[in-house]
Structure formats: structure tokens, C-alpha cells
Design a protein around this ligand. Structure first.
Ligand code: NAP
Length: 250
């Protein structure tokens, strides 16, 4: 079957494309680099024609509040009419656990993206994931003030990109849920402890300070803001195993 992956050249997109290609499906890795742009509309109609499944793994080039909201809204407005005209039977998108429980600009944009999906009339499955392990460095950098990194003590349950892609591929081949599936990593621990373990393992000398008031991209983090509250599919790769694999690759 023909499957289009919007953002198919990105971190999760490229891994998802590789998994589904192995299953013998016809894959289109759609992105500006391959001539498909959901913001300008360029190449969108052509890409989705004949597709049964569209998986949206695109991300905004800018994380600034207004830019990211505009990205997901414009993208949805260009994508859904093209998908409806092409008779797409399943739209899959990757969202984030807790976007409706913590207040930051990026999360608000993901809420807007989810609303457009539900309103589109196209059968869908939204996968809400916890933060990727690959994102830990960016999190530390965004919370750093010189040599000090202030991180909340709320619970954190990061997942490896390989586990995310495996789940996205599986969901894309199953029937649409017209609902949300949550995924998370195998380990749950205080946010500050996980970031501290990461920095120590990669030899980053910055000091972690446990700060219950520390914000996550501007949003307050309560004990369970960033972890699934109900049932979630768990990945297999924990922080230590992910570090071993990353070090083996470099
Ligand atoms: N980071 C996290 O911890 C986390 C957690 C849960 C969910 N998510 C979600 O996971 C999704 C994928 O994230 P990622 O880290 O894999 O993203 P990424 O590596 O930054 O890749 C972004 C992809 O989007 C494409 N793209 C950018 N502008 C586009 C446009 N105008 N039209 C079509 N494609 C466009 C890029 O194409 P080019 O290569 O051509 O630029 C690239 O393929 C995002 O929706 C994000 O919100 C992230």
C-alpha cells in the first residue's frame, strides 16, 4: 500500500520510513527537501494521490510560540483537503503526552494540531509520546544558566526515537482508532535525576539543580504533567541502553 510520511526526512520520520519500507510498502518521504511543503502547499496533492495512509511527523523549523502555532495550523489546512480528495483512509500524527495539562506555547500549538485532525473527518490515530531521549541535550541547554541547569523534580519518562518509530509504524498499519494512543519510555523517574544521569554519562560538567519551580519551555511542571496518566505502550530502550547504542554509533 502507498504510505506518505510528511516529515519523512526527520528524526522519527526517517526511522519510520525505513521500518515500513522493510514491510514492502510504497513509501513517500515527503518534506521540503523532497519537494513537498505543507506550508506553501507545493507538491502536497501529488504526494497524497493514491495514498491509503498519511503519517504526519513534520515539525516546525521555529519553536517560537506564534511561529509553531502557525506552522501546525497552516500545515493542517493544506493537508486535510488534499487527503480528503485523495480518499486517504488513515491519518496518523505524533503529538505529546500532557499537552492539555501543562501550559507552554509549543504544547498549545500541538493542541491546535490535534483539533484540526479531529475536525478533518478523516479517520485518524493520534499518538501522544513523551519526550525523546534524543531531546535531552536540547532540554538541558534550554534550562541552563551558565554552568547551572535548573530542572523540575516532576516525573519524566523519556522514550528512544527507535521505540517511537516502531510504535508509529505499527499504529499506521492498524485500523484507525479515531482517538489517542499514548507511548512512553520504560523508566519513570524525577526529571532532574534523568537529566543529571544523562549529563554525567556524556561527560557534560554542568551542574543539575533540582528546582520544583523550574519551567519546561515556559510551562509549569507538576508531578505528573509530563507522564501518561492512564495506560501507555512502553518502549524497550531505557536511558543506559540508549547511551550504549549512541556511544557505539559515534
Ligand atoms: N521532541 C520530542 O521530545 C517530541 C515528543 C513528542 C512528540 N514530538 C513530535 O514529533 C514530531 C517529529 O519530531 P522530530 O524530532 O522527528 O522532527 P525533526 O527531526 O525536526 O523533523 C522535522 C521534519 O519536518 C519536515 N518539515 C519541516 N517543514 C516542513 C514543511 N513545511 N512541510 C513538510 N515537512 C516539513 C522536515 O523536513 P526537512 O528535512 O526537509 O526540513 C523534517 O523532515 C513533531 O511533530 C513533534 O511535535 C516531539
Amino acid at each position: 500500500m502507498k504510505i506518505v510520511v510528511i516529515g519523512g526526512t526527520g528524526l522519527i520520520g526517517s526511522k519510520t520510513v525505513a521500518i515500513l519500507r522493510q514491510g514492502g510498502h510504497e513509501l513517500v518521504a515527503a518534506s521540503p527537501n523532497t519537494g513537498v511543503n505543507t506550508i506553501t502547499g507545493e507538491g502536497v496533492k501529488e504526494a497524497v494521490t493514491g495514498a491509503q495512509v498519511v503519517i504526519d511527523l513534520a515539525n516546525s523549523p521555529s519553536f517560537e510560540d506564534k511561529a509553531v502555532l502557525e506552522f501546525f495550523e497552516t500545515s493542517g489546512r493544506n493537508l486535510f483537503p488534499a487527503e480528503a480528495a485523495a480518499g486517504v483512509r488513515h491519518h496518523v500524527a505524533l503529538s505529546i503526552v500532557g499537552i492539555d495539562r501543562s501550559d507552554n506555547g509549543y504544547f498549545r500549538a500541538k493542541v491546535a494540531q490535534e483539533k484540526l485532525i479531529v475536525a478533518s473527518g478523516i479517520p485518524y490515530t493520534i499518538i501522544r509520546s513523551t519526550q525523546f531521549l534524543e531531546f535531552l541535550r536540547a532540554i538541558a541547554d534550554s534550562s541552563a544558566d551558565g554552568n547551572v541547569v535548573r530542572i523540575s523534580s516532576g516525573l519524566f519518562q523519556p522514550i528512544a526515537a527507535d521505540d517511537v518509530a516502531a510504535n508509529v509504524a505499527e499504529v499506521a498499519l492498524a485500523a484507525p482508532r479515531n482517538g489517542i494512543v499514548e507511548i512512553a519510555g520504560p523508566e519513570r523517574a524525577p526529571f532532574n535525576e534523568i537529566v543529571a544521569r544523562y549529563l554525567e554519562a556524556v561527560g557534560d560538567p554542568r551542574k543539575i539543580v533540582r528546582d520544583p519551580e523550574a519551567r519546561y519551555y515556559g510551562g509549569r511542571v507538576e508531578e505528573r504533567s509530563l507522564v501518561p496518566l492512564g495506560e501507555a505502550r512502553l518502549g524497550h530502550i531505557g536511558l543506559d541502553e540508549w547511551l550504549r547504542r549512541s556511544q557505539a554509533r559515534t
